[in-house]
Write a protein of this length. Structure first.
Length: 87
């Protein structure tokens, strides 16, 4: 299952399926890989990448994250709310 995770909640053993950033901000050679250690997590956080997508079928899971579909629904609802508040 794909989940959207805060970078601060990442742990070694998680499989990053998408770093959720452009290639210029990507501190790695690829956009999907398994996190091996805390140093890789620090690289993501230091690059100001706030949220990433993990694949729990390929790596470690977390309870703090929403599944991708739920995260998208929540984000779209927040965007709609802000848009409705604009004069």
């Amino acid at each position: 299952m794909i989940k959207k995770v805060a970078s601060s909640d990442l742990k070694p053993g998680m499989f990053i399926s998408d770093l959720n950033c452009g290639w210029l901000e990507n501190p790695f050679l690829t956009n999907s890989f398994i996190l091996k250690n805390d140093k890789e997590i620090e690289r993501i956080v230091n690059q100001n990448i706030d949220k990433v997508y993990i694949d729990t079928d390929k790596g470690r899971d977390t309870q703090e994250a929403l599944p991708e579909k739920e995260a998208e629904k929540k984000t779209n609802g927040e965007i709609k709310k802000v848009a409705e508040e604009q004069p």
